[in-house]
Design a protein around this ligand. Sequence first.
Ligand SMILES: C[S@@+](CC[C@H](N)C(=O)[O-])C[C@H]1O[C@@H](n2cnc3c(N)ncnc32)[C@H](O)[C@@H]1O
Length: 384
Amino acid sequence: MSHRTETIVRERYAAGAKERADKLCCPVDYESEYLKVIPQEVVERDYGCGDPTRYLRKDEIVVDLGSGTGKICFIAAQIVGPKGKVIGVDMTDEMLEVARRNAPIVAERIGYANVEFRKGRIQDLALDLELLDRQLKRNPITDAASFLAADGLAEELRIKHPLIPSDSVDVVVSNCVLNLVEAKSKRLLFEEIFRVLKKGGRAVISDIVSDEEVPEEMQNDPELWSGCISGALTEEGFLAAFENAAFYGIQILTRDVDPWRTVQGLEFRSVTIEAFKGKQGACFERNQAVIYRGPFKEVLDDDDHRMERGKRYAVCDKTYNLYKKAPYQKFFEFVDPIVDVPLAEAKPFDCSRTSLRHPRETKGKDYDVTTEANNKCCDGGSCS
Ligand SMILES: C[S@@+](CC[C@H](N)C(=O)[O-])C[C@H]1O[C@@H](n2cnc3c(N)ncnc32)[C@H](O)[C@@H]1O
């Protein structure tokens, strides 16, 4: 897809901001209690395909990519509450106009204002397009020299006044937008989502995916592209894009059984994916072990730890702590060493060691305690 197609996307959604366009949406059941305070013109101009807000929590800082008329932001505002914050990003002025006009109405109805809308392209979340607009009005592009100067200015704005700063967001959500980003910018888009998230943050993205690769002639059809069809990644490619951008713990939260549309035999359906940021960092040895509980015979994580069910594995402090949190904690048992190794005294983890951890490593070589039966287990002779 070229910039011409991006213009077609912008024009199609500019029209969709002014008047409801049926073909652009895939019906979604949002929680009705949250819709009550949202003005009708926002609710009816719904061009989503899923509901990532179901996975948000109180007090979180949320960015919504391709926020349209603002429905997802206004739902999120109520879930995260007055201590949370929601930022909608969209590149289409007409969408931003509707969203911004309705924000004070929602704020008044819920009793606090925690939503704002910013203009930007979601594959370039550092560049504030309104700041750039203002600067270009003062210094218009008239020749090659001013074009190059504008390019330099954009780079300066990205660094000095980023639209969304790095490591600043708890959750990036999006509803039916990633597919609209041109193929050559898709890698950048996932890298940008990763950049803006805090360590420990997550992406929860609803989008349209295809069951087979979309052929080139369909990709060149602007109508199909702006209609959320041709730019769709495959189900597999969508998950791989998160993996390639260094996310971990990636999972499918929802997947529609019925396709939204079928075009030339290719099925396009809605999925919601969750992916976490934060597996990067130093690995220290604190003699901790984990046991994969099952039910699968074996698992492989995003750092290539392969674990068989029921066996004790040596993990570094970083992995141990990752496993103690979502989405992993329910799959593991945790074995702490009897004598704690304080982090400040811990040595770097030896990645070439055997992957299994002998119980003597967590207990200590000289451990020879003998105890009576633990009452918690066999109380009054009954072991039930
Ligand atoms: C299918 S609509 C979804 C709108 C909204 N998420 C919803 O649930 O109704 C796509 C929205 O993404 C915006 N959009 C498309 N491509 C974009 C891009 N590269 N950067 C920023 N916004 C984009 C469009 O302007 C439009 O508002």
